[in-house]
Design a protein. Structure first.
Length: 158
C-alpha cells in the first residue's frame, strides 16, 4: 500500500505550527528556576570577564536588568511572527489584520499563563510588568510586519 502524500501547503502548515510550539516550550523553559536572575547574572559576569569588561555594580545591575527585560520583548516578537505565519498560511508579508489580531491575542494569553506558571517556580514570581513587555514585543513585531507589508505595496486583506 503506498504511503499517503500530504499536500505541500499542509506540510508547511505543520512545520510552522511545530516551530510555534517549540518556541513556546523555549519560553516556558526560560521561565524555570534555571533562568532566575541570580543564574543569568552569573552567566553575564562570566561573559564580561571573558571579554575583560569591568562594570561597576550599579552598571552591571542595569545591564543585567535591560538584557532580561529585552529578552521578554524579543521572545514574544518571535512568537508573534511564528504564530502569524502559522495562522495566516502563505503570503507571510501580506498584511492580514484578523490573523495579526489573533496572533497578538495568543501572545498575550500565553504571556499570562507563563507568568502564572512562575507562581509555582521556586526563585521566580509573576509580574504583570513582564506581561506588558511580552505584549510590547508582540506589538513591535506586528508594527514591523505591517510597515514592511505596506512598504512592499502588498494589498490589505480583511
Amino acid at each position: 500500500m503506498p504511503r499517503a502524500q500530504f499536500p505541500l501547503a499542509l506540510k508547511h502548515s505543520y512545520f510552522w505550527w511545530a516551530l510555534s510550539l517549540l518556541w513556546s516550550v523555549k519560553i516556558f523553559w526560560f521561565s524555570t528556576g534555571t533562568f532566575r536572575g541570580a543564574a543569568t547574572g552569573r552567566v553575564l559576569r562570566s561573559v564580561l570577564a571573558a571579554l575583560n569588561i569591568v562594570l561597576s555594580e550599579g552598571t552591571f545591575r542595569l545591564v543585567h536588568q535591560a538584557l532580561r527585560k529585552g529578552a521578554h520583548v524579543a521572545e514574544y516578537a518571535v512568537l508573534f511572527l511564528l504564530l502569524y505565519r502559522s495562522i495566516g498560511g502563505s503570503g507571510f508579508l501580506r498584511w492580514k489584520p484578523k490573523t495579526a489580531a489573533l496572533a497578538a491575542a495568543v501572545c498575550v494569553a500565553y504571556s499570562l499563563t507563563d507568568e502564572l506558571h512562575q507562581v509555582f517556580v521556586r526563585g521566580r514570581g509573576p509580574s504583570l510588568a513582564d506581561c506588558a513587555l511580552d505584549a510590547a514585543g508582540g506589538l513591535a513585531a506586528l508594527v514591523i510586519l505591517r510597515t514592511i507589508s505596506k512598504h512592499r505595496g502588498r494589498t490589505i486583506e480583511s
